[in-house]
Design a protein around this ligand. Structure first.
Ligand code: WT7
Length: 642
């Protein structure tokens, strides 16, 4: 294998999984999935052990795992550790201000989760109810998730950066009658008015029975008597024990909204047993986690990465997981390494966009801090360019820490393609090999299966325990979105190349989904926000290469008759999108144009818009089917002036 970097010998000697183990286990996971997953399910404590393991079909679509098993995931993450590690740190909390924070032992976590669960019950939450969680990155966010899973409520975490409109849409879609939030959060020295955002969301109309508010900032907040409850007050009045609700393996665990190529965000539904086994197993193998180590995943719990690798995966393994409220550049660009040094982080898992942003600041801020505790690095969320990979390896890891580049999706529940740190050689830019039970397939333009070295659309054949089960409230959309492009296969939406060594190289989305700094956004969502502005007639949004964010948001906009394209209007549109969706959806480039290129049947030709946005005019392809082919030159002229 040319250019491949072998795993360090010391790690090969101590790893949970050598290359020989991987080959054997991977083969077995495909040839005998029932036997393999029956064994992996032993990582979980079951109230009733499952006798049925895999029962999953993609045609017709019907996916079940461990279906006669009964368990409680909160018990697995908290209660079962009390006997052996009540005093061990479960969460290390590092607040926005350096050094602010605290350590929470498994014993303390148990008491907090019970208190929160009883508060939810006191507000009327019962099994199956949806609870919306809109929180800063503080331990209570994880506590709220665990409290829900303890009592069988279905959590729907909404990222704390989303706007009142986005919260409202998600509350409505989930028909959620309960919200857990905080007075506010801190990010990079700025205050985020979370409770005010919830108030604004609910003012748009929603049937809400209770809002539980964690006091974090101690700031003044508006109060709706009867609806709003302070956690610290209600928590005083509740009992100090709370039984774990026995859950069927296929009972819903959570909903998490994610953007698709069309329409509004969809509620990805994950169920209990399969997700528990998947996150516990992937955490164990991919991070090669050894007892007592400090694991830090920098993702917010508002994203699936936070669900699976800040909360459930680490705690199911009895690990110590670090929760960080802040941002990488506050108070300065050395913050990550300051936290690593002070908390002696052993495993560090972040996104390429953060690596690229830090890389730009040079080696100084990294070298300033002792990083000798780190033994493993991880990357997630978007393709990592080899240059950033090299910097991560050389500078952050001092050339001694393996990097796992983990490919997966909100839909997959956990890591799907990655190298295993003690087993596989690494190739910068390649995610690596399929995890146990994962059967990737590359499909060509005519739906043909490509063998060996090839590039095509990435599909997965056969289910895995962590797979999403449905789109909440719209099963047909689930079937349509993932299983209708190629019959009998799950289509990921990603393009991919497989090399001669069987390594997978993800090339990015092939649909109208953007990946902005590892955050997923649909072009349709942004377009719909833009056309919601009174000045806008039509909008078409595409991605284009961006040095730090990976992809930037490029908006073609036509204006209503008589409206003038001014810098003020451009600014107004930008802030309109920010308030409609979130600052992460803020347009990078707005291109006012008299018309959009359409076919004679009125379909916008996005292929052309993408090429022009990329400044790639040589390969526009066939433009003769356009209703007005001369428009292309106009667009190119305008682009060059940007
Ligand atoms: C999309 C899923 C995985 C949790 C965070 C994002 C892209 C993710 C990688 C990677 C190349 C990656 C894909 C995927 N992606 N990880 N290691 N290499 N691309 O979850 O928001 O559901 O987005 O992120 O395009 O489809 P998500």
């Amino acid at each position: 294998m040319n250019d491949a970097i072998s795993p360090p010998e010391a790690l090969v000697a101590t790893t949970h999984c050598t290359l020989a183990d991987y080959e054997r286990l991977y083969q077995r996971s495909l040839s005998d999935p029932d036997g393999f997953w029956r064994e992996q399910a032993e990582r979980i404590g079951w109230i009733t052990k499952p006798t049925r393991i895999a029962d999953a079909s993609f045609d017709p679509v019907d996916i079940k795992w461990f279906e006669d098993g009964v368990l409680n995931l909160c018990w697995n993450c908290v209660d079962r550790h009390l006997e052996t590690r009540a005093d061990q740190t479960a969460f290390l909390f590092e607040g926005d201000e350096p050094g602010s924070g605290r350590a929470i032992s498994y014993g303390e976590l148990y008491r907090e989760v019970v208190r929160m669960a009883n508060c939810l019950k006191a507000m009327g939450v019962t099994k199956g109810d949806r609870v919306t969680i809109y929180m800063p990155m503080i331990p209570e966010a994880a506590v709220a998730m665990l409290a829900c899973s303890r009592i069988g409520a279905v959590h729907s975490v909404v990222f704390g950066g989303f706007s009142p409109d986005a919260i409202h849409g998600r509350i409505e879609d989930a028909a959620s009658r309960f919200v857990v939030t905080a007075d506010g959060g801190r990010r990079g020295g700025k205050l985020v008015p979370l409770k005010a955002n919830v108030d604004a969301a609910l003012a748009r109309g929603a049937e809400i029975d209770g809002v539980l508010v964690v006091r974090h900032l101690g700031s003044e907040v508006a109060w709706t008597q009867g609806r709003d409850h302070w956690y610290h007050e209600l928590g005083e009045t509740v009992p100090d024990d709370c039984p774990c609700e026995p859950m069927n393996a296929e009972d819903p665990l959570f909903i998490l909204y994610t953007s698709g190529s069309t329409g509004k965000p969809k509620g990805v539904l994950h169920t209990t047993g399969g997700y528990a086994v998947w996150t516990a197993t992937t955490f164990h193998y991919v991070f090669d986690y050894k007892g007592g180590e400090v694991f830090w995943c920098t993702a917010d719990v508002g994203w699936v990465t936070g669900h699976s690798y800040v909360v459930y995966g680490p705690l199911a393994n009895g690990a110590t997981s670090l929760i960080f409220e802040g941002v990488p550049n506050y108070p300065d660009f050395s913050r990550f390494w300051d936290v690593v040094e002070r908390h002696k982080v052993n495993i560090f898992y972040t996104a390429p966009t953060a690596i690229r942003a830090l890389m730009r600041e040079g080696e100084g801020p990294v070298r300033k801090h002792d990083r000798s505790s780190i033994r493993l690095l991880g990357s997630v969320g978007e393709p990592i360019n080899p240059e950033a990979w090299r910097w991560y390896w050389d500078v952050v890891g001092d050339g001694r820490c393996p990097i796992v580049d983990t490919w997966w999706q909100t839909e997959t529940g956990g890591i799907m393609i990655t190298t295993l740190p003690g087993a596989h050689a690494m190739k910068p830019g390649s995610a690596g090999r399929p995890f146990f039970g994962v059967a990737p397939q590359l499909v060509g333009p005519d739906g043909e299966v490509l063998e060996g070295e090839a590039s095509g659309n990435l599909c997965l054949v056969g289910s895995w325990p962590g797979q999403m089960r449905s789109v909440y409230g719209d099963h047909e959309r689930f079937v349509q979105t993932y299983f209708s492009t190629y019959k009998g296969k799950y289509f990921t939406g990603d393009g991919c190349r497989r090399d001669a060594d069987g390594y997978y190289w993800i090339t990015g989305r092939v649909d109208d989904v953007l990946n902005i700094s590892g955050h997923r956004l649909g072009t349709a969502e942004i377009e719909s926000a833009l056309v919601g502005h009174p000045a806008v007639a039509e909008a078409a949004v595409v991605g284009y290469p961006h040095d730090i964010k990976g992809q930037g948001i490029y908006c073609y906009v036509t204006l209503m008759e008589g409206v003038e394209a001014t810098p003020e209007l451009e600014q107004a549109l930008r802030s309109h999108v920010r308030t409609e969706i979130s600052p992460i959806a803020s347009p990078d480039l707005i291109h006012f144009t008299p018309a959009l290129p359409k076919t004679r049947s009125g379909k916008i030709m996005r292929r052309i818009l993408r090429k022009i946005a990329e400044n790639d005019y040589a390969s526009l392809g066939d433009t003769s089917t356009l209703a007005d082919p001369s428009l292309v030159d106009v667009l190119i002229d305008e682009r060059k002036k940007k």
